[in-house]
Structure formats: C-alpha cells, structure tokens
Write a protein that binds this ligand. Structure first.
Ligand SMILES: CC(C)(COP(=O)(O)OP(=O)(O)OC[C@H]1O[C@@H](n2cnc3c(N)ncnc32)[C@H](O)[C@@H]1OP(=O)(O)O)[C@@H](O)C(=O)NCCC(=O)NCCS
Length: 257
C-alpha cells in the first residue's frame, strides 16, 4: 500500500472533535483512549499543541488539470492521524497532567463527570450508545465506561491536587498524551511524518524546551528512531499498565535555509 495523496498536516480545531474522538475509538482500547471531555479540554485550551493528519478531497469540477488544487476547492478533510499534547510543569508525564481541571469540568459536565449532552456531537452520542449496548450485551462493568468520563487517578509520585491538573501555558515541557494513526493507514511511516512535523513546528515556534510522553516497551525503538530517549519505567501507571518515560530536547536554532 502506498501513502494516500492530498495529505494535509494542520493544528486541530474544536470543530474536528468528532473525528478525533472517533479515531481514539478505533485506535485505542477503551481504557487507553482519551475521553471526549479530555479532548474537548485540550482542543479548547491548547489547540496549537494538537496536530492532525488529514486526507483532503477536492471538488473535481473546480480543479484544472494543469494546476494544483487550491484551498477553495476542498470539499472534505478526513482525519487519519493525530498528536495531542498539553504543556506541563513537570518534565515527565504525570497522571495529573492528563486530567481536566475542576473549573472546566463544572462548566462542561454532569455531576457524574460525563460530558453534558449539549456538548456532544451526534456522532459522539451514537458512539457512546454503541459502546453501552456492547457492554450490556457482554455483561461488562460500568468501570470500563469511564473512557467517556473523567477520572482522577493517583500514583506514587504525586498527590491528587486539582490545582495541578491539566494544561499550563507557562510549562516548559510538552506532554504528548496521544499519538495515533488510523488502522487502515498504518505501516506507511505516517506516524513518523506526523511526529517529525510536530517536533519541527514546536521547536521552531519556541513553544517549550522539551517533549515527554509515555509508551509501552515495544514502541521504544519507534520513538528512539525519531530522536526520543528512553528514561526507564515511568512512575505514571496510566490505565494500570507499565510505561516507559520518553523525552526529547527541542533545539531552537534558527532554520538556516
Ligand atoms: C504506533 C502507531 C502510531 C504507529 O503508526 P505507523 O504510521 O504505522 O508508524 P510508522 O509507519 O511511522 O512506523 C515506523 C516504525 O515504527 C515501528 N512500529 C510502528 N508501529 C509499531 C507497533 N505497534 N509495535 C512495534 N513497532 C511499531 C515499526 O518498526 C516501523 O518501522 P517499519 O516501517 O520499518 O516496520 C500506530 O501503530 C498506532 O496508532 N497504534 C495505536 C495507538 C498507539 O499505540 N499509539 C502510541 C501511543 S504511545
């Protein structure tokens, strides 16, 4: 399989949220995916740290054969990959950095922490209903439905301090919380393309001095190829699993070209 044509890399917008939620849905198991609330929070507060890889479709009737299509002829953009980050005060991923601050929750959520229906897209409601039906059929517990709500999880290195939750504009490290490529487009070096573009932009825009993420052991070589260093097993036990802390320093030297 070859790479699809008309790829486009751009910051994610709040209006992309349904596609982002759906991609998390197809690409991660329920306990690892970011909840719609977390996505909403990140796209609202730091869209510049969230990048999407899209396939663009153009209106064939409006494009001339001898010219490249221009922006006005775009009829759709389908999300096939994304990187989602926030800025952190810590230089490593912590559970608190993945959380959503209480003031945002009180505006957007019901008492049980689930996103209010009025903030959900039709597609999101449909996905949640499909999931509920699946759980009811398989007799699973409510616990697994927490992927659509918010949960504060404690770990060894930090106490639950709601003042420390979420994104900090003055943080010096970007924490990447999600890297994903649509299963139909994997193995085409698209995650490599997406991450290299992200690193270059974050470095040239002087957004932070470093980037941190956590990954499973099998993905260490993938991130190492891109330039990340393995800092050993993380204290963060997200989704009850073992992760490695990966970090990369961002070079702010001006582009010489
Ligand atoms: C991990 C993921 C983003 C990689 O996307 P991709 O576009 O297929 O990756 P690339 O084609 O750029 O891969 C580059 C290299 O990484 C390695 N790699 C990619 N996915 C891998 C995986 N799941 N396990 C082990 N190695 C992997 C391969 O060695 C590959 O090199 P190759 O092409 O020579 O085989 C994708 O598999 C995915 O979305 N997985 C589910 C979500 C996830 O686990 N995200 C990471 C969270 S830390």
């Amino acid at each position: 399989m070859t790479r699809p044509s008309h790829l486009c890399l751009r910051p994610l917008l709040l209006e992309d949220i349904s596609q982002v939620v759906e991609l998390e849905h197809v690409g991660f198991p329920p306990h690892e995916r970011a909840s719609p609330l977390r996505i909403e929070y990140r796209l609202t507060n730091c869209p510049e740290l969230c990048s999407g890889l899209f396939i663009r479709k153009f209106d064939e009737n409006k494009i001339s054969k001898n010219e490249l299509p221009d922006h006005s002829t775009v009829i759709s953009e389908t999300l096939i990959g994304h990187v989602i980050g926030t800025k952190m005060l810590s230089d490593k991923i912590t559970n608190n950095s993945m959380e959503v601050p209480n003031d945002f929750i009180s505006i957007m959520c019901n008492k049980d922490g689930s996103l209010m229906d009025k903030y959900k897209s039709e597609r999101l409601i449909q996905l949640e209903n499909e999931e509920k039906e699946k759980f009811e059929k398989n007799g699973n517990t409510e616990e697994e439905l927490t992927s659509t709500t918010t949960t504060a999880v404690n770990d060894d290195d930090e106490s639950i301090d709601s003042k420390q939750f979420g994104h900090f504009d003055n943080g010096n490290t970007i924490g990447i919380h999600s890297v994903i490529i649509d299963p139909n487009y994997r193995g085409l070096k698209l995650a490599t393309l997406l991450l290299k573009d992200y690193l270059q932009k974050m470095s040239q825009q002087y957004v932070a001095d470093s980037i941190a993420l956590i990954c499973k052991e099998k993905l260490i070589p993938f991130y190492a190829d891109i330039g990340f260093s393995d800092n050993g097993i993380s204290k963060c036990k997200f989704a009850g699993e073992e992760w490695h802390d990966m970090t990369i320093h961002l070079d702010h030297e001006d582009d010489e070209d």
